[in-house]
Design a binder for this molecule. Structure first.
Ligand SMILES: *Cc1c(COP(=O)(O)O)cnc(C)c1O
Length: 429
C-alpha cells in the first residue's frame, strides 16, 4: 500500500506542528509506521491522501456513529453555517438540543454546552467541588477524562501509550487532590471512602471504559459507587463522553440503570463537530453561572453549526430500531472475531458493549482493569494493526483503544473485516 503522500505531509507537519499531529494518538507511535493523512470520508469508508480506501473503525474516535458525511447531518450543519457560524448569543438550536437530551434522559434536568469532552469533565469537576466545598476527586487507573491538569493522572490510552503516568506541566499541588484507584475494585473504593469520605468532592468514572479498551464492570460496582457517594455527600460524575448515546439510547447509565449526579458528554453529542456538554439534576446544575456562583463560560459554546450537527445526529438515533440494528451488526463482528481468533494459533479476548469493541491479545481471560490491559501483547496488536491496514481496514492505532462501529457498517463490511482478521491472524508470528 503506497503512503508516499502521507509520508510527505508528515515531514512537512513535523516542521510546524509538535510531533506532526494535533492529538498524540494520531501519530501511530504505539504501532509504528506513517500516520495516514485523510482526504475525505463517506459512510463507513475513509480515503487517504494517496487514494487508498479503508473501512473506518475509528469513526473520529466515537462521534461518527451514523457514518461519515451523513446527508441530513451535512445539510443541517451547512444550513446553520450559511446563517453564520457563530453569534455569541443564545439560539433556538441550543434549546432544542437541550430539550432533546433532557427528554431522553430525565435525570439530566439542565444541560450546559461546551466545546469538547475535556471542557465537559473539567467543568463537571468544578461543579462537584463547588457544590461540596471539598477538593479531593477520585478517578480510576486507565480512565481518561480529557487533558485537564488534575485528571491527567494514570489516564489510559494516549497517556499509557506514551508511558507518561504524569505529564510534565501538571503541578504536584493540583495532582495531589486526585486520588487514583484501580478500576473495578470495590474494596479499594470502600477503603478510601472509609478513611477520607468527608474530603471527597466527587468520583469521576467511565462507566464502561473505552480509553483502556472496552471494560464493562459489573452493575454492583457502579451501584456501590452510587451508594458511597450518597452516604458521603460526594458527587458522582459519569464521564459518558465516549459511551454517551453510543452504547444505549440512555447512555451507559441507561444500560446499567445507575444514575449519576452529573454526566459529561462529548463525541456523539456533537455529531462530529467540536462540542461537549455536562448536565444533571437542577439542584447541582443551577449552581453554574449565571444561575449560581460557579463560573464557567465559552465564546463558541453552543456553536450553531455544532448544535445543528449534534441535534440531527441524536434525532436520527432516536428512530425506532436504530440501536437494535447496530447491536446485531456488532454482535456479528464480535462472533466473527472470536471464531477466527479461536481458529488461529493466537489467543485473545474480544470485549464489546454495543458498538464499542476491543480485541485484547492475552491468554483469553477477561480483562478487568488497567494492569491487565497493560499486560496484553501490544507488539502483537501492532502487527495485527498493520496487517489489517494492508487489507484496507483502519483500526485505532493502539491496543489500548476501542474500535467504533457505525450504523452504515453493513453485513458485507463486517464479513470482509472478519475475513481480513482471519488472514491477518494466520500471517502473524
Ligand atoms: C474523548 C474523551 C474525553 C475528552 O474529550 P475531548 O473532546 O477529546 O476533549 C473525555 N472523556 C472520555 C471518556 C473520552 O473518551
Amino acid at each position: 500500500m503506497k503512503t508516499d503522500r502521507s509520508a510527505e505531509l508528515l515531514s512537512r507537519a513535523l516542521k510546524v506542528i509538535p510531533g506532526g499531529v494535533n492529538s498524540p494518538v494520531r501519530a501511530f507511535k504505539a504501532v509504528g509506521g506513517t500516520p495516514l493523512f485523510i482526504a475525505r470520508a463517506k459512510g463507513a469508508y475513509l480515503w487517504d491522501v494517496d487514494g487508498n480506501k479503508y473501512v473506518d473503525y475509528v469513526g473520529s474516535w466515537g462521534p461518527m456513529i451514523l457514518g461519515h458525511a451523513e446527508p441530513s447531518v451535512v445539510e443541517a450543519t451547512s444550513k446553520a453555517i450559511e446563517r453564520s457560524s457563530s453569534y455569541g448569543a443564545p439560539t433556538e438550536g441550543e434549546v432544542k438540543l437541550a430539550e432533546l437530551v433532557t427528554q431522553r434522559m430525565p435525570q439530566v434536568e439542565r444541560l450546559r454546552l461546551v466545546n469538547s469532552g475535556t471542557e465537559a469533565t473539567m467543568s463537571a469537576i468544578r461543579v462537584a467541588r463547588g457544590a461540596t466545598k471539598r477538593d479531593a476527586i477520585i478517578k480510576f487507573e486507565g480512565c481518561y477524562h480529557g487533558h485537564a491538569d488534575y485528571l491527567l493522572v494514570k489516564a489510559g490510552s494516549g497517556v499509557a501509550t506514551f508511558d507518561l503516568p504524569d505529564s510534565p506541566g501538571v503541578p504536584a499541588d493540583f495532582a495531589k487532590h486526585t486520588i487514583t484507584l484501580p478500576f473495578n475494585d470495590q474494596q479499594a473504593l470502600e477503603a478510601v471512602f472509609a478513611s477520607r469520605g468527608s474530603e471527597i468532592a466527587g468520583v469521576i468514572v467511565e462507566p464502561i471504559t473505552g480509553n483502556m479498551g472496552v471494560i464493562a464492570p459489573p452493575r454492583a460496582y457502579l451501584q456501590r459507587m452510587r451508594e458511597l457517594c450518597d452516604e458521603n455527600g460526594s458527587v458522582l460524575i459519569f464521564d459518558e463522553v465516549m459511551t454517551g448515546f453510543r452504547v444505549h439510547p440512555g447512555c451507559a447509565q441507561g444500560l446499567y440503570d445507575v444514575i449519576p449526579d452529573i454526566t459529561a458528554f462529548g463525541k456523539v453529542i456533537g455529531g462530529g463537530m467540536p462540542m461537549g456538554a455536562y448536565g444533571g439534576r437542577a439542584k447541582v446544575m443551577d449552581l453554574v453561572a449565571p444561575a449560581g456562583p460557579i463560573y464557567q463560560a465559552g465564546t463558541l459554546s453552543g456553536n450553531p453549526a455544532a448544535v445543528a450537527a449534534g441535534y440531527q445526529t441524536l434525532d436520527l438515533l432516536g428512530q425506532p430500531g436504530c440501536y437494535d440494528a447496530l447491536e446485531e451488526r456488532c454482535a456479528e463482528l464480535e462472533e466473527g472475531l472470536v471464531k477466527v481468533l479461536h481458529d488461529s494459533r493466537h489467543t485473545g479476548r474480544v470485549q464489546r458493549v454495543g458498538s464499542m469493541l476491543t480485541l485484547f491479545f492475552n491468554d483469553g481471560s477477561p480483562v478487568e482493569n488497567f494492569e491487565q490491559v497493560k499486560a496484553c501483547d501490544h507488539a502483537k496488536f501492532a502487527e495485527f494493526f498493520h496487517g489489517m491496514q494492508e487489507k484496507g481496514i483502519y483500526l485505532p492505532p493502539s491496543g489500548y483503544e476501542a474500535w467504533f462501529v457505525s450504523m452504515v457498517h453493513d453485513a458485507d463490511i463486517i464479513r470482509n473485516t472478519v475475513e481480513a482478521a482471519d488472514t491477518t491472524l494466520k500471517l502473524l508470528d
